[in-house]
Design a protein around this ligand. Structure first.
Ligand code: AMP
Length: 505
């Protein structure tokens, strides 16, 4: 029998708020986490975004505050949620407002890149719920404008990402500043050793809930691979986005990942030069620029968003049909987060990796860490000639798509050559004919420079690591493994990628 929200023990105002949101059934992480959190237990949630984890901590967290019914503390908060990026913090604060409105919760968020003075003023009288990036929070604490003595419930969201951003010292400091009898809800998509150590410091005998196996890639995402030279990637991208080279899946909204901020700007500039409208989102962009880029993408005004890892981390954008890894991440777990931007809310998604010769080692790491299985795609015909500017510029004749039967979960793949172009997921009638061309923008001749980040030295709300590319010897494995790549997980039903759960005493 399906569990309903009112069976989980939530209060009436929260149930009403859920009703207004139109949520009827708890997702697996909500079902598993909410009763324990309501009991006051610490929680360790291993979950990616898209699983409904925000509500899994926010709903019972607000109810815990209602129950204790304490006064809002001066220059402090009752529930503190730490998030790695400005975007995620904004999203969580919005959820807190949505869910907490009827419970009368006062909600604020503070992130880098905005006025510290304004934050100081708005937190002077304290708040029920505060969503913060660690850098800005410590700024205010150091200025004696805020303290953590009132914290009853502490949430760390996307803890692994906070570590990747270099927040380890900030997190240790924050742990020393919160009252020892607070309740801690700790979420991370992956569980590297450093996170496990952090959990020990933060949590007291936590109930553990896991909705994705460690480092596994999402089940409903078909993963493809182009082996392509670095200097040919832009041409390939343009051909894919303009429909001159067909790829599996109907292209609707595309999130493209680069490793560096400059790389993201370069891709946007070149796309715009060939008439494809795109925005970039990364740490060098000002907060209004980032918000505009996200909002245009969400409203489908600009269907291509080029992002660096940190900027896109955790943001919830429904309707991303394709994630293109223009450059492979040098941290394999990052691959999981990137492709997790598609296949949300029960939909399928396509992830395409552009792998250059010197990225083979990264590909190998991704294979090893995530068990990802890639279907290799062929480069366009006459690709070299196109790259060198002497090839055909007209769309290639439409190719009949092959219907490929999904393989049962766990089926072994045969090794062999790449699949014919366009093979992959079944398309609509006629094989992808319904693809909408992207909105053309006026070609721009120069890309506007993003304003520098004003985080005051705290990198986290911090821009992206412009990690140097390469640095690792190219391995010799890792090419795409041909064959059907549909991965099906055991849990997979409904709108969530659920795996098992284990409760620890
Ligand atoms: P999250 O993993 O918290 O980022 O949530 C992913 C998306 O699922 C968000 O758009 C939520 O609004 C949505 N969501 C969360 N819980 C539910 C639910 N029980 N039913 C339907 N959608 C939900």
């Amino acid at each position: 029998m399906t569990t309903t929200f009112d069976q989980l023990g939530l209060s009436q105002p929260i149930l009403q708020a859920l009703d207004l949101q139109g949520y009827t059934t708890p997702t697996p992480i909500q079902e598993q986490a909410i009763p324990s959190v309501l009991e006051g237990r610490d929680l360790l949630g291993i979950a990616q975004t898209g699983t409904g984890k925000t509500a899994a901590f926010m709903l019972p967290g607000i109810d815990r505050l209602r129950e204790s019914d304490n006064q809002i503390p001066f220059k402090s908060c009752r529930m503190l949620i730490l998030a790695p990026t400005r975007e995620l913090a904004g999203q969580i604060a919005q959820s807190a407002k949505d869910y907490g409105a009827l419970a009368g919760m006062k909600v604020h968020s503070i992130v880098g890149g905005t006025s510290v003075n304004k934050d100081r003023n708005k937190l002077h009288r304290g708040t029920d719920v505060l969503v913060a990036t660690p850098g800005r929070l410590l700024d205010l604490i150091d200025q004696k404008a805020f303290n953590l003595s009132g914290v009853e419930v502490l949430v760390l969201d996307e803890a692994d990402q906070m570590l990747d951003l270099g927040f380890i010292h900030a997190l240790r400091r924050i742990n020393d500043l919160v009252p020892s009898d607070r309740q801690t809800l700790f979420f991370s998509a992956t569980m590297p050793k450093q996170i496990k150590e952090l959990v020990k410091g933060y949590c007291n005998n936590p109930v553990q809930v896991s909705v994705t196996p460690e480092s596994s890639t999402a089940e409903r995402i078909d993963q493809y691979l182009f082996m392509v030279q670095q200097n040919e990637k832009q041409s390939l991208l343009e051909m894919v986005l303009s429909g001159r080279h067909s790829v599996p899946g109907k292209i609707e909204r595309v999130l493209i990942f680069t490793r560096t901020k400059h790389g993201a700007d370069r891709v946007v500039k070149k796309l715009s030069q060939c008439g494809i409208a795109a925005n970039a989102i990364h740490g060098n962009k000002s907060q209004p620029q980032r918000e505009r880029a996200l909002s245009e993408f969400k409203r489908a005004k600009t269907n291509v968003l080029v992002a660096t890892d940190v900027a896109a981390r955790g943001i919830d954008i429904p309707g991303v049909s394709h994630v293109i890894n223009y450059e492979l991440p040098n941290v394999p777990e990052q691959y999981v987060h990137r492709i997790g931007r598609t296949a949300r809310a029960g939909k399928d998604g396509v992830a395409i990796a552009f792998c250059a010769e010197d990225e083979r080692a990264y590909l190998k790491d991704i294979n090893r860490t995530t068990d990802a299985e890639f279907d290799r795609l062929d480069l366009p015909e006459n690709f070299r000639a196109v790259v060198e500017g002497v090839g055909p510029t007209k769309p290639a004749p439409k190719q009949q798509r092959q219907r490929v039967k999904p393989k049962p979960f766990g089926a072994k793949k045969k090794h062999g050559g790449g699949r014919p172009q366009g093979g992959g997921r079944p398309q609509g009638e006629g094989g992808g004919e319904e693809r909408k061309p992207f909105r053309k923008s006026k070609p721009k001749h120069s890309a506007r420079k993003g304003r520098p980040n004003r985080d005051g030295g705290h990198s986290g709300d911090r821009p992206q690591g412009d990690r140097p590319q390469g640095g690792r010897p190219g391995g010799n494995s890792g090419g795409g493994r041909p064959g059907g790549n549909r991965r099906r997980g055991p849990g997979g039903g409904g709108g969530n990628r659920s795996g098992g759960s284990q409760a620890r005493g």
